[in-house]
Design a protein around this ligand. Structure first.
Ligand code: GDP
Ligand code: IMO
Ligand code: MG
Length: 420
């Protein structure tokens, strides 16, 4: 049995914290897509840890963590992260598995990412520059190298061949940054990677399913960043939605039970691209300040705005969301009034659907106002304690989406969560 936990917005919904909270209920936590563009924040004994490649179940003893086939893996980031986790007294090698089909991010992928972004001028994607796009392009272009290739005696030859091809591409961009330092780090890190448990991910996971083990598939990024259904071209390069679990782990759709969608009580986006409910005023600034909305991977300020139910409803539809977890509800504690986007006005006409190309049309978001709860909810433990205006805010969202909020996160710490 597989449950999926994924982001319903433009990423950074708080997936890491929620996976860490749910991990005790599962046997295996598996990442199925994305790469070190992800930054998943956890608090372990009050200490902040940001994970980019390792699944967020790693701090739980006896839980297995799989980096699945659909992931793109930067060995250098993985090695650094492994050292960080080890400093917490975790024996990473015991519980960390890597699928042999997982694609490798090479130093030249990072260089190509940078060169490509520079070439876009003012149409930049706002990429994290971790080499994600070029690594996935090599996968679909049938050029890339995979974790399993590390064990092949011809690995270096294959690497050099691909590097030469990348060099020609970099030359055409006029990009001539020196990447020799990255390469040195890369070759050191792949030696480390070889020392991990490299497995056939699809047999590994399906055998565990047959044994009756419970698996939590951990999404990265968010549904609106999905390469097919997000705000293309301002998206990432993988399928971030529930369908990506099947291709990213090699499991059949009927093995999936719950699809847990995570949303903030408001909305953020980092990088370029459409964001209809973005606030360019003091309220947006206040959300950023109270919510500490700065990227976990790049430190960039996140764009902030009200919750967008049109986009959320779309995300629930394409993912088949069965329950919603609402995070950062505490960030709204001090606001007198809250707004919820209930429709878009496009060319004067109101609609409740996401336009094909959000960036090409003028969207005027229509809002419904709610009274703020003006109460500190951060120490609350049960739903009965929650203020009435907050119950009304959530009840409206439940009705609009046709899916209920099952948990409300009221602070960054592991224990700050309330069953709705
Ligand atoms: P992810 O990428 O979806 O895992 O999310 P990030 O870790 O990038 O960003 C979420 C941020 O919000 C992190 O700094 C978390 O520590 C923090 N966070 C998560 N849940 C809550 C919450 O309920 N309240 C508050 N105040 N912060 C939260
Ligand atoms: P987590 O898992 C938020 C955004 C980037 C950029 C676009 C493409 O922490 O939620 P890429 O590096 O993939 O080429 O960037 O996607 N992006 C994210 N935004 N959270 C993430 O991950 C993101 N991963 C990528 O900012 O706009
Ligand atoms: Mg993040």
């Amino acid at each position: 049995m597989v449950d999926v936990l994924l982001g319903l917005q433009w990423g950074d919904e708080g997936k890491g914290k929620i996976v860490d909270y749910f991990a005790p209920r599962y046997d295996i936590i598996a990442r199925f897509q994305g790469g070190p563009n992800a930054g998943h924040t956890l608090y372990i004994n009050g200490q902040k840890v940001v994970l980019h490649q390792i699944p967020s179940g790693i701090f739980h003893e006896n839980k297995l963590n799989l980096i699945g086939s659909g992931v793109v893996l930067d060995a250098v980031t993985l090695k650094k992260e492994y050292d960080k986790v080890t400093a917490f007294g975790i024996d990473g090698k015991k519980n960390l598995y890597v699928s042999e089909r997982t694609q490798l991010i090479l130093p030249t992928h990072r260089a190509l990412d940078k060169a490509s972004e520079i070439s876009k001028g003012n149409e930049k994607i706002g990429s994290t520059l971790k080499g994600i796009g070029p690594a996935y392009m090599d996968k679909t272009g049938r050029n890339g190298l995979r974790v399993g290739d590390l064990l092949d005696k011809n690995f270096t030859t294959q690497y050099i061949k691909l590097r030469m091809k990348h060099q020609r591409m970099l030359d055409s961009f006029g990009f001539n940054d020196d990447i020799s330092e990255w390469e040195e780090e890369f070759f050191e890190a792949i030696e480390f990677l070889k020392s991990l448990k490299i497995v056939n991910g699809e047999y590994f996971i399906n055998e565990k399913i047959r044994e009756g083990k419970k698996i939590l598939a951990e999404g990265a990024q968010g549904s609106m960043l999905d390469v097919d259904f997000g705000t293309f071209p301002f998206v990432t390069s993988s399928n971030t939605i529930s369908a990506g679990v099947c291709t990213g782990l090699g499991i059949a759709p009927q093995k999936i039970r719950e699809v847990i969608g995570v949303t903030k009580a408001y909305c953020t986006r980092v990088g370029s691209g459409p964001f209809p409910t973005e606030l360019h005023d003091e309220t947006g600034e206040r959300l950023r300040k109270i919510g500490n909305e700065f990227g976990a991977t790049t430190g960039r300020p996140r764009r902030c705005g009200w919750i967008d139910l049109v986009a959320l409803d779309f995300a629930c539809m394409i993912n088949g969301v069965t329950q919603v977890v609402m995070t950062k509800a505490d960030v709204l504690d001090a606001f007198d009034e809250l707004s919820v986007c209930t429709s878009y006005k496009v060319d004067g006409k109101e609609q409740r659907t996401v336009p094909y190309q959000m960036n090409k049309v003028d969207i005027d978001p229509q809002y419904k106002s709610f009274e703020g709860w003006k109460t500190d909810i951060t120490r609350m433990k049960t739903k009965d304690e929650l203020p009435q205006p907050m119950k009304e805010y959530i009840s409206f969202i439940n009705k609009y989406l046709g899916v209920d909020v099952s948990y409300i996160s009221n602070g960054p710490e592991r224990e700050q969560i309330i069953k709705a």
